[in-house]
Design a protein around this ligand. Structure first.
Ligand SMILES: C[S@@+](CC[C@H](N)C(=O)[O-])C[C@H]1O[C@@H](n2cnc3c(N)ncnc32)[C@H](O)[C@@H]1O
Length: 572
């Protein structure tokens, strides 16, 4: 759904070739009007050949940004990797060599602002390109010009945030825009499942928090304060920049202090044009991390055991994982479990130093890749609701597969957390707290899902345990055995109560999905926007198609589990 001017792609390639030695690619952008932009192989490639090599210097993250940023240095998080094993307490400069020392010095300057996390820092850097007076030129301008220009109206986060009225427009255009916004806002209210809406509200909370932090920086920090940037840059500018980071950054070990989920985002030119698929047959590349040529490399051991090597994630912190070993590491995409990895290993005198790691994209090991084939990888083990709330799309089965096609999705899922919330509310404050404690102790709190895979669809163990515990008296003598993990099955009566509340809920899900589907089917997708009528209609139809699909997914998952309940089968 994103677009930028076509010549920006050529500019991007030229910039990478000229300014970032080592850059190599045999991929090109396919930008067909009406279809999702994607990357394809320009020629067939055998296993081991390079599809894409992005030098560390071209990636956008705090480690590279610090050398060329108007953002005050004390707002940059400091790398934690240390110099040599003999003097492990000393901080070491990574790339660029001035980074840490400057940051350390600046830390003591007068300021109340804390270092920003990677999402906030990248968002701010991108938002600065929207300064109308162009006071913040950047080394990455060519790359940032190639980023999507619009997320409104297709990204669902924009449906929850009232657009600012443009002072440039006449009255009739303002009215048209208002009508359009009402359409999308209504869609958020009536077209999303309760689960997707909860996920989207969570995305909104994250955005609003980051926006507040960034606005504070703009109000208080030099040079932004004297440039009045807090009033020049709009919330819409920050929303645009934040969505670019949230939908396009990947997760790489940066050796920064703090929660890895908030401190590992990198924007990687070209790689960020790769679309998502969870179908192993369609996923093409593997990503390899390589030590970048650097005089600092020899004799320095890095120590950042708390980093992860995830590639292919959004800044929502849910990522696919990679493993790293020795002097280079290969990220097999897909991979769904989060596995911490350390980049401190040293082999043959090579070390992987955060900020000094190039990325290389390779064809699949056995079959290589054909000319014209789309490059896809898995952003993470995400359900339709998560993909939609975070990235503004969901995977759809092929039309010929029919409704049953939804059951084949690798991460097909329905979250019944809202049912659990309703049941919890009936327990009273004390009962709720006690049961939450029990469920937390056995690792079953907050995981109330029905899964499509492995087939047939089934409730998760955590959901079953939650229903069992919620249907138990607060003073039941069975509770100690449950919380110590000795008992999972409680009694026939308890089982009956748990399953019958699941059954009731699933019938409600079927009914409500049907109702939502009917509403979506009746929805008029024509557009009040005279300027871009056809494009807006196409976007509306595309989004409505996905939302209808998600209703079908919920319905078929619920129906399959209901069939099992009706047949008297148990789930344990
Ligand atoms: C990292 S970007 C990928 C490149 C993007 N297609 C572009 O044109 O710039 C992520 C965005 O691509 C789109 N996208 C990725 N995978 C998709 C898929 N399988 N189907 C539809 N849209 C997809 C979504 O809009 C998502 O927010």
């Amino acid at each position: 759904m994103s677009s930028s001017a076509p010549d920006h792609w050529e500019d991007l390639l030229r910039w990478l070739k000229e300014k970032h030695p080592g850059f190599e690619t045999s991929l090109e952008l396919r930008d067909v009007p009406g279809a999702e932009r994607c990357l394809v192989a320009t020629a067939s490639a055998k296993p081991g050949e390079t599809l894409l090599h992005i030098p560390a210097s071209a990636m956008l993250n705090p480690l590279t940004l610090i050398r060329d940023s108007p953002i005050p240095k004390h707002l940059f998080p400091q790398p934690t990797h240390r110099i040599s094993t003999t003097n492990s307490s000393k901080r070491v400069k990574t790339s660029p060599s001035t980074a840490t020392s400057t940051a350390t010095t600046a830390q003591s300057s007068v300021s109340s602002s804390k270092p920003l996390d990677t999402t906030q820092l990248l968002t701010l850097h991108i938002a600065l390109t929207r300064d109308p007076l162009k006071r913040y030129p950047s080394e990455w301008d060519v790359y940032m010009n190639a980023l999507p220009r619009e997320f409104r109206p297709w990204h669902p986060l924009t449906w929850l945030i009232t657009p600012q009225k443009s002072t440039k427009n006449d009255k009739s255009k303002i009215e048209e825009d208002e009508k359009e916004w009402e359409w999308w806002s209504k869609l958020a209210e009536k077209g999303l499942s309760p689960t997707t809406r909860i996920k989207l509200d969570d995305v909104k909370k994250r955005f609003e928090h980051d926006e507040e932090v960034i606005m504070e920086v703009l109000r208080k920090e030099k040079p932004f304060k004297s440039h009045n940037l807090a009033t020049t840059l709009t919330s819409e500018d920050l929303l645009w920049a934040w969505l670019n980071v949230n939908t396009r950054s990947i997760s790489l070990p940066l050796g920064l202090p703090g929660s890895t989920e908030r401190m590992n985002h990198t924007l990687v030119p070209i790689l960020d044009f790769i679309n998502h698929s969870s179908k192993p047959a369609l996923i093409t590349p593997r990503v390899e991390q390589l030590p970048a040529p650097s005089p600092l490399r020899n004799g320095i051991a890095t120590s950042n055991g708390n980093t992860n090597g995830n590639v292919g994630s959004s800044s929502n912190g849910q990522s696919s994982s990679s493993s790293t070993s020795g002097s280079a590491s290969t990220t097999s995409i897909p991979s769904t479990t989060r596995r911490p990895s350390t980049l401190s290993a040293s082999q043959n005198g090579h070390h992987l130093i955060p900020g000094k790691i190039d990325l290389r994209l390779l064809p699949p090991e056995k079959e290589g890749i054909q000319a014209g084939q789309e490059i896809l990888f898995e952003y993470g083990g995400h359900s339709s609701g998560t993909l939609f709330a975070e990235y503004g799309f969901c995977e759809m089965p092929a039309e010929e597969e029919g409704e049953e096609g939804w059951l084949g999705l690798k991460y097909g899922e329905m979250d019944l957390g809202w049912l659990v919330d309703e049941l919890c509310d009936k327990q009273g404050k004390e009962g709720k707290e006690e049961k939450e404690k029990v469920l937390e102790k056995i690792g079953c709190w907050g995981l109330n899902t029905i899964h499509a895979q492995p087939s047939p669809p089934h409730p998760s163990h955590a959901l079953l345990m939650t229903l069992r515990v919620l249907h138990l008296d607060s003073n039941s003598p069975k509770i100690p055995n449950i919380e110590n993990g000795f008992t999972t099955y409680i009694s026939p009566a308890n089982e009956l109560a748990a399953i019958s509340s699941l059954e009731k809920t699933l019938r409600r899900v079927v009914k409500e999905s049907d109702k939502r589907l009917g509403w979506l089917e009746r929805l008029d997708c024509s557009s009040a926007d005279e300027e871009s009528e056809k494009e807006t209609e196409r976007q509306k139809e595309g989004v409505v198609r996905m939302l209808k699909g998600m209703c079908v997914e919920e319905k078929v998952l619920a129906e399959k589990v209901l069939e099992k309940i009706e047949a008297g089968e148990d789930f344990s």
